[in-house]
Each structure stands twice: as C-alpha cells, then as structure tokens.
Design a protein around this ligand. Sequence first.
Ligand code: NAD
Ligand code: UDP
Length: 359
Amino acid sequence: MMNGTDDLQQQTILVTGGAGYIGSHTVLQLLQADYKVVVVDNLSNSVEEALKRVADLAGSNGRNLSFYKIDLCDKNALENIFMVTRFDAVIHFAGLKAVGESVAKPLSYYYNNFVSTLNLLQVMNDKGCKKLVYSSSATVYGQPKAVPCTEDFPLEALNPYGRTKLCAEQICNDLHIGDPEWRIILLRYFNPVAAHPSGEIGEDPLGIPNNLMPFVQQVAVGRRRELAVFGNDYPTRDGTGVRDYIHVVDLADGHIAALEKLFNLSDIGCAVYNLGTGKGTSVLEMVAAFEKASGKVIPLKVVDRRPGDCSEVYAATNKAEQELGWKARYGIEEMCRDQWNWANKNPWGYEGSLEKDCM
Ligand code: NAD
Ligand code: UDP
C-alpha cells in the first residue's frame, strides 16, 4: 500500500491496547495492508492469545507484528520502546471503557486513562512522532438533542468515562494548537459489534457484559439465562433504545483510512470523524436479527430503563465518507452472522472454560 510521504518504506505503527477487542481487529487489518505493527498492552482487559490468532490470520505478514506487555502508566517502559523503534504514527486504543465501573471507581478511570494518554503524548512529542489516531466515542455527544449526530454537535460528558474521552479530545486539540506539526484524528465510534468473519477473534469481556451484543451472545451459548431489556417505553419504533451498530471490521478499516489521511494531508490539524453506519436499530430488532442468524431463541425480560441511557443515537456519516473516503460495508445481518460465528466457535471466549461466572 502506498502512503504518500514514504512510498517505498514500510510504515511502522504503534498500537496501544492492541490486544483488546477493537485493537486486535485493527492490528489484523493493518498487517493485511502491509504495515509493521508494534502493540503495547498491559493485558488488563485482554489476553495475548488474541494477538497470536491475529498473527496466524495475517499469514506471512504475521511476522510484522511485535508485542510488548507494558502499562502505559509506566513512562520509562514506554520510552524504552520508542528508543528501539521509530514509529510513523500511533493508534491509541488503550484505556478503561466500562461506564458503570467508571462511576463506581472514578479514580481508577481518571488515573489510568489520563496518565496513560499524557505519558504517550509526552513520549511521542519528545521523540518527534506527531501523528496520532485517537479512540473517542459517541458518548461525547451526551444526550444528543437530535439525530443523526454531526461532528459539530455540542459535547457533554455524563460520567467519568465520558469525561476521560472528552478531555482527551480537548488535550489533543490543545496539542495541535500549541504545535501545528501535530496531525491528529479523533474517531468517535458508535456501537462496535460482531467479530472477524473467521470467528477466530472477537469480543471477550471479563465478568458480566455491559453491552447488548456480548450479553445476547452469552445467552445464546447458555452462559446467561435471559436478556434484560432496559426499558420499552422510549419514544422509538418499538419502545426500546435505538443505536448505530457498526461491524468491528468496518471500524478497523476506518482506522486505516484515518492513517492514510494523516500521512497524506499535512494540514489535517486535529480533525474529528464519526465512525458509524448512519442507521439506527432498536434492541428488539437487534435481538430478532441475532435469533435469525443463530437459530437460537433469546429469552427476554423487560426491566426498568438503565440510568443515563438515551433513547436514540446514530451517526451522521457524510464527513467520514467525503474526507476519509470510508463507509461502513456491513449491515445488521452480517454483524449478527459474525457475532454468532465467533460465539459458536468460542463459547467461553479465548481461554476456554477456565474462569468464569455463569448466569
Ligand atoms: P478493550 O478493553 O477490549 O481494549 C482496550 C485495551 O487497552 C485492553 O486490551 C487493555 O488491556 C488495554 N489497556 C487498558 N489500560 C491500559 C494501560 N494503562 N496500559 C496498557 N494497556 C492498557 O476495549 P475496546 O472495546 O477495544 O476499546 C478500545 C478503545 O475504544 C477504548 O479507548 C474505548 O474507550 C474506545 N471505545 C470503545 C467502544 C466500545 O463499545 N467497545 C466504543 C467507543 C469507544
Ligand atoms: N441494553 C439492554 N440490555 C443489556 C444491555 C444493553 O437492553 O443488557 C440496551 C441499552 O439500553 C441500549 C442498547 O441496548 O438501548 C445498547 O446498549 P449498549 O450498552 O450496548 O450501548 P450504549 O448504550 O453504551 O450505546
């Protein structure tokens, strides 16, 4: 793949949090696009097995992947990695991401997400590596006043996790204002779901899943009895919450598009793009699509609304389409097919039936 600035030389990308759900899928797409990839991850919410499978899936390009188990809060360890490798750009996924846990443990969230991001930006700055793709979230739209959400909507954080995302976006903006050499793309993900079509890598949350599809998948394989539907009295088609689900492989490809933009456009500044499909799907529609794809019945129980939930959120996709040349390819049917394929092949996730609480 040609990357504009340095066509003949293979580009080397540092991927923080690359053993995690979105990171592992992005690392695979990067390897397949002929990038060299160095992953750093402390494995606090992931396992090295994910990267072994990524390397296998990448075939001969798997040799272009290396992994360091380090915590980004350890600045010396990070500096040592920058000492031995010159990075062309960084994709920063690493962070804690569970909204409910962030309310219960705000200090852990603020410490981990801020210290790791500040360490990374400082080391990048010191080493002159000034191209960054940052994992942000639709959570920064708070309770959006309208849909679809465009990138210029007012921003609001509703919980500590959201505050770490919003504040990191602002830090990136300030960094570019202070030093225009920085090229930064903030990607606001909507609702990543599904898994690589091989069924070899996917999402494997620890404990009780917070998000809809991992929960549905665990009901399908018999690990949980029923899905609690959080409210059916929203002002939506069927009363349940509507979200913009996006296939994780599409999301991963969005990162490749963002990187290419960083390499090719010297005055990109600090730009922001939504990564979504632009389509809203309700909880009941999603469950019906999963039942169809899996042939399993998902028992449901309607319970109270989850505090802080919005009724309807979906992305405006024009900006990413026009400026990044990226558009999601997969629909709900393919998302559910690939979610089920991963679940069916790996009912207990990466590590078989070693741990895990049930029901
Ligand atoms: P994940 O938990 O699967 O991956 C995050 C990875 O970061 C994990 O492998 C974890 O071990 C690692 N990590 C955490 N703190 C670290 C530290 N201090 N040092 C080194 N490694 C560390 O999560 P994901 O779903 O892949 O999310 C990736 C990014 O995307 C996160 O920043 C998240 O906030 C953001 N995001 C996720 C979603 C989603 O629904 N999954 C939505 C919007 C934004
Ligand atoms: N949801 C649900 N039961 C669950 C998990 C989620 O009904 O066990 C609903 C939730 O209320 C929302 C949708 O599914 O309407 C997506 O929730 P998720 O937590 O996956 O994403 P987010 O709300 O953070 O966008």
